[in-house]
Design a protein around this ligand. Sequence first.
Ligand SMILES: NC(=O)c1ccc[n+]([C@@H]2O[C@H](COP(=O)([O-])OP(=O)(O)OC[C@H]3O[C@@H](n4cnc5c(N)ncnc54)[C@H](OP(=O)(O)O)[C@@H]3O)[C@@H](O)[C@H]2O)c1
Length: 324
Amino acid sequence: MNYRRLGRYGLQLSDFSLGLWHNFGRDDDFVIARKLLLAAYEKGITVFDLANNYGPPPGSAEFTFGKVFSSDLKEHRNKMVITSKAGHLMWDGPYGDWGSRKYLVSSCDESLERMGLKYVDIFYSHRYDPNTALEETMGALDYIVRSGRALYVGLSKYPADKLKEAVAILKDLGTPCVVDQRRYSLLDRTPEKEHFALHKEMEIGCVSFSPLAQGQLTDKYIDGVPRDSRAAKESGFLQIDEVETNRQKVAKLREIAQQRGQTLAQMALAWQLAESVDPRYNKERVSSVIIGASRVEQLLDNLQALENTKFSNAELELIDKITL
Ligand SMILES: NC(=O)c1ccc[n+]([C@@H]2O[C@H](COP(=O)([O-])OP(=O)(O)OC[C@H]3O[C@@H](n4cnc5c(N)ncnc54)[C@H](OP(=O)(O)O)[C@@H]3O)[C@@H](O)[C@H]2O)c1
């Protein structure tokens, strides 16, 4: 495992983070969830990405994490980066959604309680709130750090212009935004349009999520939609239609992976950390890739991506041809 800096800031993140959006809820198998957390830490993953609403039900992933942390990982606290977020619907009424100070601060307190932590390492505003002044949301993040609830703050999914504005406000407040968290994969290269350039300009880090497009960039859906897969679940986060639409593209990408001696998942992850002589590929643009896994075998398979992150220009061009 390598560790990369968040822009010009001191915090270093492992190449891969483990995300707890799915597979760590109340209805998921606790034994598997615990094995996943411990296997990830043992393999050098130091970053555990959570949010108030991860579950289902909302809050239960933080609760599961807290249980494992307290039984197995407590003495390693200073070697771990634990994150949480608030910004999506968490509880009924006007104080449990979006970007008010009222919501962010009380939600952060609840997250700390569920996880049994004194502080989180990074607290994120989970999404831009068009109806709340950015000064208020950024002021809440600043307060969360100054009151000892978090060490650093980050933003997630902000449009480019709002990200720039928010980063400037936080800088003025003296609590810099150190990281932008966004969706990025071979099936969604949107951050290449504006955000990566902005990160460079503002000298902040970028953490990517859903790098396997929720499992589409694996061998899982070759012959249809397995019953135990995310696309088959009722949550609707991954639609079967989307899987069908991408099927041909995915098949072409799999051929390149096979020629490289990698699984498609390994190539899709390695590509995010790509080392190349091609200047278009600045490997520092993604500081950490957040992976999800529903079983330990997936995690171990995916971590092997680190064994080959070198891409020839011909390979990169072919990938561009298929995905751009
Ligand atoms: N900031 C935000 O708004 C935001 C939004 C989304 C996610 N995130 C973060 O990013 C994390 C990762 O997102 P994600 O779960 O969508 O990531 P992902 O890595 O794209 O998808 C993970 C899923 O792919 C399947 N998979 C993984 N490895 C596999 C393998 N080797 N073979 C077959 N299938 C495999 C599993 O699905 P099955 O269940 O089908 O086995 C697994 O749950 C989340 O946990 C969260 O922390 C943040």
